[in-house]
Design a binder for this molecule. Structure first.
Ligand code: FEO
Length: 393
């Protein structure tokens, strides 16, 4: 994509990354990701946010279409994760006079990651920077997503550069703004991004929403995904719901199965859910990547977990997802459990033990031996119906 004007004197100069397979080395990127960087052009020029190291030259080309890169006066480092900061050494060489502005907490990381210590200044929370015709202010939003993170606000155009907050996966497919984008796609990518990257810091997200809500914002320009100019409140609402872990009034049936018996029961549970007039998504933990499973769990309030007993415990693909759910601390779920056994049980009990620290609302458990009989499947349907009715309240 080419540089694009967002508002007078404010330009998107970021890049699309369609070649990285795994974000942070673990989260698949089937639709790519954008690293959004922004030029704020007043009498002096500031670059807000940056890109991953391999895309530094493309960033420089985009900047050069707007202003000479060597004339940049300030590099605003909202966040030091290398998807945004990786090009700093290159920018330093090209614009040697530029001063780096970041929070005090960022300075040790800047040194640790890049050995950069000179021409660096810590800005305080709420501090302003007059660029001449443009005016920036800095707002610490610690742990969204690292402790040093801040957001930057441009006062004349009322734009919030929110960094990871309000971002999403998904490269910019020929669009930049919410009013020209397929929001079903980009909001789905935002949910997956939230669950994978930001979900574990949901409390700081809620604090950031509360704090930034004091600013008169007309545009939200995050460091990933579309720029929200038509309806910035929409992505704030989405993030708020995700951070509060409200979940849609729907159910995810997450199961693993060795010989189809647990799968049969999963289908019975799903029939029970839909029979109660609630929508359901059935997910095979062995065949869907855990990052996608996590997003499915985050999306819906109801969750029914099914596992055969394997080595006296939980089927490993289900256990793997459960550990991820625990690590991300997904709360406020209405839950049912089911599982099969051959000569001894274990999976259902161990699933109940494993999720106990999350304080979920456990509706019921169903366990059956061998292949599910008609009465077992009826109990599965009843489990699905009971979870659905609790979710719908
Ligand atoms: Fe997009 Fe936490 O970096």
């Amino acid at each position: 994509m080419s540089p694009s004007a967002i508002r007078p004197g404010i330009f998107w100069v970021g890049v699309n990354d369609r070649v990285t397979d795994l974000f942070e080395g673990q989260w698949p990127l089937p639709h790519g990701v954008s690293y959004n960087a922004y030029l704020v052009v007043g009498e002096r020029v500031a670059l807000v946010d940056g890109v991953k190291a391999p895309f530094g030259e493309e960033l420089l080309r985009h900047i050069a279409e707007v202003v000479p890169p060597e004339g940049i006066a300030y590099l605003i480092v909202n966040h030091l994760e290398p998807d945004h900061s990786g090009a700093l050494p290159l920018l330093r060489r090209v614009a040697p006079g530029a001063e780096i502005l970041a929070t005090k907490a960022a300075l040790p990381l800047l040194d640790a990651l890049y050995g950069i210590r000179d021409r660096v200044r810590a800005v305080s929370d709420g501090e302003t920077l007059d660029l001449g015709g443009k005016c920036l202010s800095f707002h610490a939003i610690p742990f969204v997503h690292w402790p040093e993170t801040m957001a930057t606000y441009e006062e004349t155009q009322r734009i919030l550069f929110s960094c990871d907050a309000f971002g999403g996966f998904g490269a910019l497919d020929g669009v930049l703004f919410d009013d020209e984008a397929d929001l079903t796609h980009y909001e789905g990518e935002a949910i997956r991004y939230y669950a994978n990257i930001v979900g574990a810091v949901s409390k700081p997200v809620l604090r950031a929403i509360d704090k930034l809500g004091d600013l008169p914002i007309e545009v939200i320009a995050p460091s990933h995904g579309v720029v929200w100019r038509r309806d910035p409140g929409r992505v704030v609402d989405l993030y708020g719901r995700l951070a509060r872990m409200e979940g849609e009034p729907a159910v995810t049936v997450l199961y693993g199965s060795m010989y189809d018996h647990t799968r049969e029961m999963a289908d019975a549970v799903a029939r029970g859910v839909t029979g109660a007039g609630v929508s359901v998504r059935v997910v095979d933990a062995a065949r869907v990547h855990p990052s996608t499973v996590l997003a499915e769990v985050w999306r819906r309030k109801g969750l029914v977990l099914g596992s055969p007993t394997y080595d006296t415990g939980i089927f490993p693909p289900v256990d793997q997802v459960l550990r991820l759910i625990l690590a991300k601390r997904v709360l406020n779920r209405v839950v049912g459990l089911f599982g099969s056994l051959g000569w001894q049980g274990g999976a259902v009990r161990k699933m109940a033990d494993e999720v106990a620290p999350l304080g979920w609302d456990l509706v019921d458990k169903v366990e059956f031996k061998g292949a599910p009989r008609r009465d077992d499947l009826a109990r599965g349907e009843e489990l699905g119906r009971a979870v659905a009715e609790r979710v719908r309240r």
